[in-house]
Ligand binder design. Structure first.
Ligand code: S3P
Length: 181
């Protein structure tokens, strides 16, 4: 029996752009599955003692990406967790492969307009603190689309409630986790 086949309740990794609902959906999915919920941004902030914005301001994006890698490699348990991953986490080379070795990956999607409506007025996201956030969202989404598209099962979130999306994600997880054994 391989290590992987012994693992009955692999983690679920929720990926996708900012504002696709990863944290809200992830919390709901975790409670339905009886799993722990972890938000990669919060875990990094807790471990580092600074906010994401402070890390970006003082050390820049490259330093933040290193902390994301560290979190994935050694910052969380291997089973029974729903992990909401910061929007750029899988855009780094090699990260998707790492996640997929740890558990099923589900990618939440939304249109640029929906994302803009969800994130506007929130200044905690350094990459969107620009004059034209909608244009920036379109640009970043365009850059990242190829990796989001191959990340895992895609779940559209436009016009759907958190509860509806969470039910959908739970179904995907249960099916993926079965074939995970
Ligand atoms: C980022 C997304 C953010 C956070 C950071 C960078 C990105 O997380 O990690 O601001 O590069 O897309 P959320 O997707 O949870 O907002």
């Amino acid at each position: 029996m391989t290590e992987r086949s012994k693992q009955l309740k692999p983690n679920l990794y929720l990926v996708g752009f900012m504002g696709t609902g990863k944290s809200a959906v992830g919390r709901s999915v975790a409670s339905r599955l009886g799993f722990a919920f972890i938000d990669s941004d919060h875990a990094i902030e807790e471990a580092d003692g600074r906010s994401i914005k402070e890390i970006f301001d003082s050390e820049g994006e490259v330093a933040f990406r290193k902390l994301e890698r560290k979190f994935i490699d050694e910052g969380h348990a291997n089973e029974c967790c729903v992990i909401s991953c910061g929007g750029g986490l899988i855009a780094q080379p090699g990260m998707l492969k790492r996640l997929r070795a740890k558990g099923p990956v589900v990618c939440l999607l939304a249109s640029p307009e929906t994302i803009f409506e969800r994130v506007k007025g929130n200044e905690k996201r350094p990459l969107l603190n620009v004059q034209d956030p909608l244009a920036r969202i379109r640009e970043l989404l365009g850059e990242r689309e190829p990796i989001y598209k191959k990340a895992g099962t895609e779940v559209l979130t436009d016009g759907r409630t958190i509860s509806d999306v969470a039910s959908h994600v739970c179904r995907v997880y249960r099916s993926d986790a079965r074939s995970w054994k």
